[in-house]
Write a protein that binds this ligand. Structure first.
Ligand SMILES: NC(=O)c1ccc[n+]([C@@H]2O[C@H](COP(=O)([O-])OP(=O)(O)OC[C@H]3O[C@@H](n4cnc5c(N)ncnc54)[C@H](O)[C@@H]3O)[C@@H](O)[C@H]2O)c1
Ligand SMILES: [Zn+2]
Length: 373
């Protein structure tokens, strides 16, 4: 076991640490900032992750002197972030001996993290939970910020809470079983932190991005630690998402609209939509005279080198209706008072929020990205 990085997150007067390393899964108790002795512990995981990762955590917890350890594996995928799965998880805990001292461990991607976090925040009026994210996206995104929630028929993440974990454990070894497409999708979120306000991280990624995507554990751990540190810094300035935190939406106004326009049919995973969205945000910034074309080219080249899509015409089959995509932007829940907020750029490492994008500029950028380039 080796801990390579530790990132301290201080939010709402509550602090916790993100432990990043290798082989950490086997002794999860070591990272929890209180004794697990005599407590009843719960491990929520999904069926794709249960063996070997969920079971490794389960076995590791049995050695802590806990009163009991229970494990539940639900089906993998976004459809498990539902009200009925929430009920199943809460009932599972209530039917066993959950009490205020119990701890829920989430072993899986963002779906398990969001569902477990939500259940932990309300069962017995709130118990401790520990995140053990097993996708790159969850390691760099869901492990900081304390957002929990489930999807409703009315929309994604419509019901949820803010509930900070007691600890987060990111074990690079869990990523060995993660499909390459999900590694790249996580990378799209990592590069976001560099583009927002950290040009030196961008330079590092240019030199080491390939290693990260080839799952080199040291490179991965450094990228995860830097991304988590950045997110913690930004979220710390704006915990409840009133202002500064919006900057994390770089590539997402476009990305969410592209995901919606494909009907979530598998043509795009979230990170791929964000990668195209990031390229579009830079192209739009160039068109508005804010950003030098060479910076946008630079970003697009790096995304391409890594193997991420950068244009709408790379979606297969592609999308052809710019107006339809724009329609989905208006419905994005982050559009405040009818105005669509875009994160634009004055250059690599210099992004800001704007609500004054003209429709014709937007349409021109979308149309251009749909033409075979
Ligand atoms: N709370 C937050 O701040 C936050 C931030 C970003 C995203 N999210 C949420 O996270 C979810 C997306 O997260 P995700 O991409 O991790 O999705 P996910 O949890 O559905 O995982 C993706 C797929 O990979 C599988 N998987 C997970 N780990 C694996 C591993 N190590 N090896 C093999 N397969 C593995 C899962 O079973 C699933 O099929 C969305 O619901 C999104 O809303 C939350
Ligand atoms: Zn995202």
């Amino acid at each position: 076991m080796s801990v390579l990085h530790k990132v301290d997150v201080k939010l709402s007067g509550k602090s916790y640490s993100i432990h990043i390393g290798r082989g950490l899964l086997h002794s999860p108790g070591q990272f929890v900032p209180f004794s697990l002795k005599d407590r009843s512990l719960f491990v929520l995981t999904d069926e794709n992750v249960a063996n070997p990762h969920g079971l490794a955590v389960y076995e590791g917890l049995k050695a802590t002197g806990a009163r009991s350890v229970e494990i539940l594996a639900i089906p993998g995928g976004e459809q498990s972030k539902s009200l009925s799965d929430f009920e199943r998880v809460v009932s599972w805990m209530l039917d066993r001996d959950v009490d205020r001292q119990s701890v829920l461990f989430a072993v899986g991607g963002g779906v398990i993290g969001d569902l477990a976090g939500f259940a932990a925040s309300v069962v017995m009026r709130g118990i401790a939970f520990v995140q053990i994210p097993t996708t790159l996206l969850a390691q760099v995104d869901s492990s900081v910020g304390g957002k929990t929630g489930i999807n409703m028929p009315q929309g994604k993440n419509m019901v949820g809470t803010f509930h900070q974990p007691a600890a987060v454990v990111c074990d690079m070894d869990t990523l060995k079983t993660l499909p390459q497409r999900d590694i790249l999708a996580g990378y799209a979120e990592i590069i976001k932190y560099a583009l927002i306000d950290d040009p030196s991280f961008f330079i590092w990624l240019e030199g080491n991005g390939k290693k990260v995507c080839e799952k080199d554990p040291e490179a991965l751990a450094r990228a995860v630690a830097t991304a988590c540190r950045k997110k913690a810094e930004i979220v710390g300035e704006d915990e409840k998402e009133h202002g500064r935190r919006m900057i994390l939406n770089l590539g997402h106004t476009f990305g969410h609209a592209l995901e919606a326009a494909t009907g979530y049919d598998g043509r795009l995973v979230h990170g791929e939509a964000v990668a195209i969205g990031t390229a579009l945000a830079f192209r739009l910034s160039v068109r508005m005279g804010l950003c030098a074309e060479k910076d946008a080219d630079h970003v697009v080249r790096h995304l391409k080198d890594i193997g991420l899509p950068t244009r709408i015409d790379m979606i297969s089959p592609s999308l052809h209706d710019a107006k339809e995509i724009m329609g989905f932007m208006v419905h994005d829940k982050k559009a405040s008072s009818g105005k669509i907020i875009f994160i634009l750029s004055r250059g690599i490492g210099n992004c800001f929020a704007a609500d004054n994008v003209r429709k014709d500029d937007l349409e021109a950028i979308l149309v251009h990205s749909m033409k075979k380039g």
